[in-house]
Design a protein around this ligand. Sequence first.
Ligand SMILES: Cc1cc2nc3c(=O)[nH]c(=O)nc-3n(C[C@H](O)[C@H](O)[C@H](O)COP(=O)(O)OP(=O)(O)OC[C@H]3O[C@@H](n4cnc5c(N)ncnc54)[C@H](O)[C@@H]3O)c2cc1C
Length: 318
Amino acid sequence: MKGCRATPAKAYRIRKTAPETNQNSKYTAHMPHIADLLKNPQHRTTSFEFFPPKNDEAQEQLQQAITGLEPLHPDFISVTYGANGSARHFTFAATEFVKRESSAVAMGHLTCVSQSVGDLKGAIASYKDIQVENILAVRGDPVGGPTAPWVKHPDGLDNATQLVELVKSQGDFCVGVAAFCDPHPETMNFELDAKLLADKQRAGAEFAITQLFFGAHKYFELVERAAKWGCDFPILPGIMPVTNVNQIERFATLSGAALPADLVERLEAVRDDPASVRAIGIEVAVDMCRELLAGGAPGLHFFTQNRSKATREIVEAL
Ligand SMILES: Cc1cc2nc3c(=O)[nH]c(=O)nc-3n(C[C@H](O)[C@H](O)[C@H](O)COP(=O)(O)OP(=O)(O)OC[C@H]3O[C@@H](n4cnc5c(N)ncnc54)[C@H](O)[C@@H]3O)c2cc1C
C-alpha cells in the first residue's frame, strides 16, 4: 500500500537543490507528473495549496508566499478553482505564475459546479495551453455552500469521478482527487467516501489529498478503509494549523467535524492572547505531522492561505 507504507519512516528532509532548469521557465525544465514524484519511497513530498489572487494586493501576497516558501523546495504547488468556474481565468493565471516563479511543479484544480461538459473541456484545454499537466479534479461545493443540496448543470457532470474520466480523456494528464478523513458533510458516510476513492482510482486518478483534519489516527483509518475497497494510490494528508480562534468554527464547517474538545479547550483558555493561540496551533500541527510521517504518509500538503510563516515554522520544525 503506497499511501500508508508499513515500512519505518524515512527521515523527512527538505530537498536541498532546485530541479533542473532551462530557459523556458524560471526554474523547471519540465513538469513531471505528481504521481511520479510520489513513487519515490525515499522521499516524502512537501506541497502547498494557494488560492488565486484577484487584485494587486493579493497578487503581491501570493508572490511573497511563493518567495517565502521557496527555500523549502516544494515538490508541487496547487491552485484552487472557484467552485462555479466563473473566475477560472484567475486560477489559470495564478497556476502559470506559480509555474514561472517557483521551482515546484504546478497543479491546477478543477470543479464541475455550474459548468457544462463543453465549459469543462475548455478549462482543461486552457491548462493544456499553459502546459499544466497535473489537475486536481474535485466536484466543488454546491452554490448554496457545503451543506446545500447538489444540483448538476443540465449539460454537466454529477460528481468528481466523472470529472476524472473527462480529464483523462482529454490528454496526458496526471489527476489527483479529494479525500476525506472525516465523513463528507453531504453524506456523512465513511464507507461511501472510501469506496469513492477506489472508484476514482479506477477512473484514472493517481493520488489523493485529504481535506484538513485533526488527529493522525483519522488519516490512517481512512487509508485502511480505502485499501479495503481496493484503493492503493498515495493519499497525502492536508494540513492546516489553527492560527486564531475564529478559525475553530470555520474549520469544523470545512472538515465536516468539530475540532477535538481538548484542543478547543486549550485554545479557548488563551483566546485573548493571539501569540499563545498561534503557538498551540503550530505545536499541534507539528506533532500531527510527525505522527503522520512516522506512520508512513507519503508527504505533507499544506493549505497555506497564501501565507508562508506558519507553514515554514511547521516544516522547519520537522
Ligand atoms: C484537497 C482538496 C482540494 C479542494 N479544492 C477545491 C477547489 O479548488 N475548489 C472547490 O470549489 N472545492 C474544492 N474542494 C472542496 C470539494 O470540492 C468539496 O469538498 C466537494 O463537496 C466534494 O468534492 P469531491 O471531489 O469529493 O466530490 P465527489 O467525490 O463527487 O463527492 C461529492 C458528494 O457526492 C457524493 N457522491 C459522489 N459520487 C457518488 C456516487 N457515485 N454515489 C453516491 N454518492 C456519491 C459523495 O459521497 C459526496 O458526499 C477541495 C477539497 C479538497 C479535499
